[in-house]
Design a protein around this ligand. Sequence first.
Ligand SMILES: Cc1cc2nc3c(=O)[nH]c(=O)nc-3n(C[C@H](O)[C@H](O)[C@H](O)COP(=O)(O)OP(=O)(O)OC[C@H]3O[C@@H](n4cnc5c(N)ncnc54)[C@H](O)[C@@H]3O)c2cc1C
Length: 434
Amino acid sequence: MEKVYDIIIIGGGTAGMTAAIYGCRLGKRILIIEKKFFGGQIISTPEIENYPAFPSANGYTFATGLHSQIEALNAEQVSDEVTGLKRVAASSEMADAAQANASSEMIGATHADASGGMANPEQADTADDIKSAKQTNASGFWRIICKKSLYSARTVIIASGTESRKLGLAGEDKLLGHGISHCATCDGALYKNRTVAVVGGGNTALEEALYLSLLCRKVYLIHRRSVFTGDLSLQQRIYNTDNVQLLLNSRIVALNGKDRLQSVELCACGQNSAADTSSGTNGNAKRNDSVNADTANSNISGNKRSETNGHAANNNAKRNDPIRAGVFNSNASGNRPLSENTTSGVSENMDGGSAETLQIDALFVAIGQIPQNQPFAGTVALDPHGYIIAGEDCHTDASGVFAAGDCRTKDLRQLVTAASDGAIAATEAIKYLR
Ligand SMILES: Cc1cc2nc3c(=O)[nH]c(=O)nc-3n(C[C@H](O)[C@H](O)[C@H](O)COP(=O)(O)OP(=O)(O)OC[C@H]3O[C@@H](n4cnc5c(N)ncnc54)[C@H](O)[C@@H]3O)c2cc1C
């Protein structure tokens, strides 16, 4: 006997769990499918300072609080990875049965056969079949194809979020977990009193650097541009943190170390380098609240800090230092060089310029996010960056499929907008079920 849920939610992050809260509270039969761990991206964040009514919260506490809430509402949960969606064209009697059983127990096992013999969960129809079905069979239901099992639902909310972008350098996958990390909260303690680097310039990178500065002897913050895109408040804290040293206009071009990361090769990069243009999906840039890059830039270049007292010299040194000062121009600048951690001119970079080796014990990569929408590419329309095209009502172009949270097209990817999307998507799904 196969259950047909009212709503299946794909992803147990903030958007997905909020959708579950709204769906459960309205008495709908909900299943939430999560491939890794409930909580999503925020679980590894040391500090959340912008969620309304919680001026200072910890990501883990936030995520577990949300999870407790859905457990208390008896939302069904399963640990599995969704690999595709298939629209099942219900016969009229199946549609009637589905309607009659909308919020109750089961509908017949024959539904599985009606799907066209989906014995293999990995089996999927062609994009054309799915596309025509999704436009014409509003009375049908969706088969959710997972690695371990198959599920069915009358509506689907995709809340698959994003994942951390990689540098794309040789050896990166092998060194992940051996000196390369995407999570300072998870791995920072391993590098207590050691020297580490964070690469990135958005909120995530700044937060990671600040967190590591509390544990580590020294934290290099490597960014390919001359200004950060993260919040001004975070930037200010970075400038005021003595053991964080900035390496701006710098790009990592190689990772050194066979079984564990030992050093990275840095080279100067222009604003239009390949690395600069590679972040089209701009998870980080989008995440920068309303304080966007322009605001941040104008404030920095406006020398706001130079008007301040004691910290000004320190801040300026910190800002100038990395603009080739420490790594590439230490003699000319007279500012503090990277000294013990760098070796000059040890290799050539891709542009033929000199690269320098920075000795570090660990590298924390925080260079943006990639939407986790590949399994849905043939089912719903995606934008060129891979985000599901959906407006504030969370409707996709597929009948009965909604998109919520960071996985959809939007200007601001934050907890508050993910939670809002979850509430809206569930409400829209429930309207659709009527
Ligand atoms: C380091 C960091 C710090 C941040 N700090 C803040 C902050 O201070 N304030 C703030 O407002 N926001 C912050 N954000 C952003 C915030 O975390 C996101 O906006 C929010 O988590 C988005 O929620 P979501 O539910 O849309 O996606 P996610 O949290 O990404 O959750 C998506 C879930 O879906 C699961 N999933 C994906 N694909 C599948 C599949 N095929 N099958 C099953 N499950 C799947 C994933 O495993 C994941 O658990 C931060 C993000 C990061 C990375």
